[in-house]
Design a binder for this molecule. Structure first.
Ligand SMILES: Cc1cc2nc3c(=O)[nH]c(=O)nc-3n(C[C@H](O)[C@H](O)[C@H](O)COP(=O)(O)OP(=O)(O)OC[C@H]3O[C@@H](n4cnc5c(N)ncnc54)[C@H](O)[C@@H]3O)c2cc1C
Ligand SMILES: NC(=O)c1ccc[n+]([C@@H]2O[C@H](COP(=O)([O-])OP(=O)(O)OC[C@H]3O[C@@H](n4cnc5c(N)ncnc54)[C@H](O)[C@@H]3O)[C@@H](O)[C@H]2O)c1
Length: 472
């Protein structure tokens, strides 16, 4: 057994762990990083990156078949599904050096490619190493939840960990789960020429604003998606190439391939958390507002901490933990300013409260400002007019923003800044947006908020008339 004593031990080299390692090493700490599987974690290998790359292939195919409105002849796209997967792996390969062992060793991080397991409150065993650390960050992520649906184990099925390896194009892909994974993969496959059925136990895009979700769902249905909502998968039967999902209410759907996308489970099995006095909840490792576990020496960040599960959240957690673990500064996690986006076309994005939640909390003091993509000149020029932005405002201050539309994921960023800094609608109205951009909808929605206050104001009209009389 080789013994290592380190300032900061990080378990897991995904989005969260790598951000902590890079920051802490560059700030002068002695850092040890454990990774039992692939550097880069889920996001690079099985998540954000491959899913966006496959969506990009779908976009190209879709454009080829929908060129006529732009004065270019439509062409029937010849999709090579296996080549699209080559593209996915090429994209992963291009980004991989950024997350590699070599890069982190150059930054001064001691990288050990083994799974970590607690022996006691401050010691972790990893292969032939025994590591004691002043502070420990658990960033072990999450895995696809595979529910014990009767019959599932008797048919071949994909999860996000296997889908990007699949090289034969599904004739008909059944997707159980209409969350972000299910819906992104549904559109990518539709556009690559597969028949797709999404089987969702409640509502698709259940965490998003229903009015904005409907914009995206209508587009997906127009592209050929078969969507079954309130359809809880209860049993599965068949064999390779002929799989049937039967729902609680008796509806059944048959397809050639099956993707399970029904949520995540935290990666805690290998950690022996009991030995370290670290408690868990159903969602993941139990943490306080400062991301500390029930063992004061240890933090948990990213997916394994069981809150919002996004790469940018893992990165945000990393920044907080660096401050706390290295400089002993007090930190508190917040969620109001955390955006998320689903990268279908059109995109769906949210930050802060949805309209329904804002109404519950703020009642009649809530005002909702709206602006549609159909009124945005750039959206018209690009023929991307589906969608809208809704801003939930309380006493002049935005408390939430929902967007469905082209580049919604880019457009939402401004509102994270507004909410993070407690800015008001007047600050957004004071901005000048370049014309013609999609992001102009941000300024225009602020205009829509102030318009009634300005233009339907008899007192203001009176003052303007009076001033006009006195002007030379
Ligand atoms: C299909 C899909 C698409 C997604 N798209 C997006 C997106 O577009 N935008 C977005 O923000 N988020 C997206 N996500 C979510 C995002 O991937 C996760 O939120 C993010 O990867 C979480 O980072 P993490 O560091 O917590 O965990 P991970 O990135 O999963 O990293 C955890 C690492 O820990 C390692 N590990 C586990 N146990 C141990 C152990 N005992 N010892 C050592 N190492 C261990 C694992 O091997 C893994 O490498 C997507 C997820 C999926 C599945
Ligand atoms: N663009 C992005 O940022 C992005 C993309 C993909 C994934 N992610 C992250 O990954 C997480 C996991 O995504 P996900 O889509 O797997 O999970 P999810 O929890 O968001 O959605 C799962 C869906 O499956 C449904 N469901 C559960 N059991 C079912 C059953 N038996 N039959 C039918 N439907 C059932 C649920 O009602 C739910 O709508 C997301 O919450 C998100 O944090 C992010």
């Amino acid at each position: 057994m080789q013994k290592i004593d380190t300032d900061l031990l990080i378990i897991g080299a995904g989005s969260g762990g790598l951000s902590v390692a890079a920051g802490a090493a560059q700030m002068g700490a002695d850092v040890t990083l454990l990774e039992g599987h692939k550097m880069g974690g889920d996001c690079l290998n099985y998540g954000c990156v491959p899913s966006k790359a496959l969506l990009a292939s779908g976009k190209v195919a879709h454009k080829a078949g929908h060129a006529r409105p732009f004065g270019v002849a439509d062409s029937a796209p010849k999709v090579d599904y296996a080549a699209a997967k080559d593209h996915v792996h090429d994209v992963i390969g291009t980004i991989a050096p950024h997350d590699s062992v070599e890069r982190f060793e150059r930054l001064g991080v001691r990288v050990i490619q083994e799974y970590g397991e607690f022996i006691d409150a401050k010691t972790v065993k990893a292969g032939t190493y025994e590591i004691t650390a002043r502070r420990i960050v658990i960033a072990t992520g999450s895995s696809p939840l595979v529910p014990p649906i009767p019959g599932l184990d008797s048919v071949p099925y994909e999860t996000n960990e296997t889908l990007f390896e699949l090289r034969e194009k599904p004739d008909h892909l059944l997707i159980v789960g209409g969350g972000p994974i299910g819906m992104e993969m549904a559109q990518a496959h539709l556009r690559l020429g597969c028949k797709v059925t999404v089987i969702e136990g409640a509502k698709a895009f259940g965490r998003d604003d229903p009015e904005c979700a409907k914009v995206v769902l209508d587009v997906l249905k127009a592209e050929g998606l078969e969507l079954a909502e309130e359809a809880m998968a209860e049993s599965i039967s068949g064999e390779a190439g002929n799989i049937t999902v039967t729902c609680k209410d008796g509806r059944s759907f048959t397809g050639s391939h099956l993707l399970m996308a029904v949520g995540r489970k935290p990666n805690i099995d290998k950690l022996n958390l009991k030995a370290a006095g670290i408690q868990t909840t159903k969602a993941g490792i139990k943490v306080d507002d400062g991301l500390r576990t029930t063992n004061r020496r240890a933090y948990a960040i990213g997916d394994v901490a069981g809150g919002l599960q996004f790469t940018h959240v893992a990165g945000y957690h990393a920044g907080l933990v660096i401050r706390s673990a290295l400089l002993s500064l007090p930190v508190t996690t917040k969620t109001d300013h955390i955006p998320w986006a689903t990268y279908t076309a059109p995109e769906l994005a949210q930050v802060g409260l949805t309209e329904a939640r804002a109404r519950e909390i703020h009642g009649d003091t809530l005002e909702v400002a709206r602006f549609t993509y159909a009124e945005n000149d750039r959206a018209i020029a690009d023929r991307q007019t589906d969608g809208l932005i809704k801003v939930m405002v309380v006493k002049g201050r935005p408390v939430g923003v929902s967007i469905a539309g082209h580049q919604a994921g880019e457009v939402i960023g401004l509102w994270s800044m507004v909410i993070a800094n407690g800015l008001k609608m007047k600050h957004v109205a004071a901005m000048v947006a370049p014309y013609p951009t999609i992001a102009e909808i941000n300024k225009r929605v602020a205009g829509a908020y102030f318009s009634p206050k300005l233009f339907d104001n008899p007192m203001l009209k009176h003052v303007v008339r009076l001033v006009q009389r006195w002007l030379p």
